[in-house]
Design a protein. Structure first.
Length: 231
């Protein structure tokens, strides 16, 4: 039904040249760049060219939407300390991990969750237990500076009475989740970090990472991992 003879303007001295001219004519139609010396003739050929042009427009629109959705997706670039500490807090020991929002955007209604996964005592293999633990403060309205998440290891804690050897033997892993509202994108964002036993520091505390200079709060992101061991 359709042949190269239905395209006006083809000047070819071989079958390969004719094929290439038809191929580039199809590209011109698909990308809707317009016709030069070649153009379709007849109802069927013109109709096919119209369908191909419409398909090209729809394809470009779909690709544009996918690329935009991929690269415009909001991400919470929250920094987590490289180690999680077992540190004194009030009258107990506690798990502590430090977080900070390094960007200038506002994160609001930020909520934190810490989940522990470990082998039950006395088992070296098998299914791990998952326990979400209580935090000293699990939600803040605004996240302008650093935030140290604290789980108090009291009698209600699932790791109450654990020693460092227990943490290693029971393959303790600590999962930290943060989610909040990013007012730049007007969307919910989330971030997570996991800690293995080798990343847990026993009996230590974080060093301050901000100070006030000339009435202005100075936050030092490079100090997020600074801690000192306690006697």
């Amino acid at each position: 039904m359709f042949s190269p003879n239905d395209i006006v303007g083809i000047t070819a001295d071989s079958e390969f040249s004719r094929f290439m001219q038809c191929f580039f004519f199809s590209i011109q139609t698909y990308t809707t760049v317009g016709y030069g010396g070649m153009h379709p003739k007849g109802y069927f050929t013109s109709g096919l060219a119209g369908i191909e042009a419409l398909t090209g427009l729809l394809t470009i629109a779909i690709i544009t939407g996918l690329v935009y959705a991929k690269f415009s997706k909001p991400k919470a670039k929250i920094l987590f300390s490289e180690n999680i500490l077992v540190a004194p807090f009030q009258d107990h020991m506690s798990l502590q991990v430090r977080t900070v929002n390094p960007k200038n955007n506002n994160l609001m209604d930020v909520e934190a969750t810490i989940t522990l996964t470990y082998l039950p005592k006395g088992q070296k293999t098998g299914n791990k237990t998952f326990r979400t633990v209580n935090l000293e403060l699990n939600k803040i309205v605004l996240f302008p500076l650093n935030w140290t998440l604290v789980h108090i290891i009291n009698d209600s804690s699932p790791i109450s009475g654990f020693t460092f050897e227990d943490i290693v033997n029971q393959e303790l892993e600590i999962l930290v989740f943060l989610r909040g509202y990013d007012d730049t994108y007007n969307q919910q964002v989330h971030s997570m970090r996991s800690y293995l036993a080798k990343e847990i520091i026993w009996n230590a505390k974080f060093e301050p990472m901000f100070e006030v200079k000339n009435g202005q709060m100075q936050l030092y992101l490079d100090k997020i991992n600074d801690f000192k061991l306690l006697d």
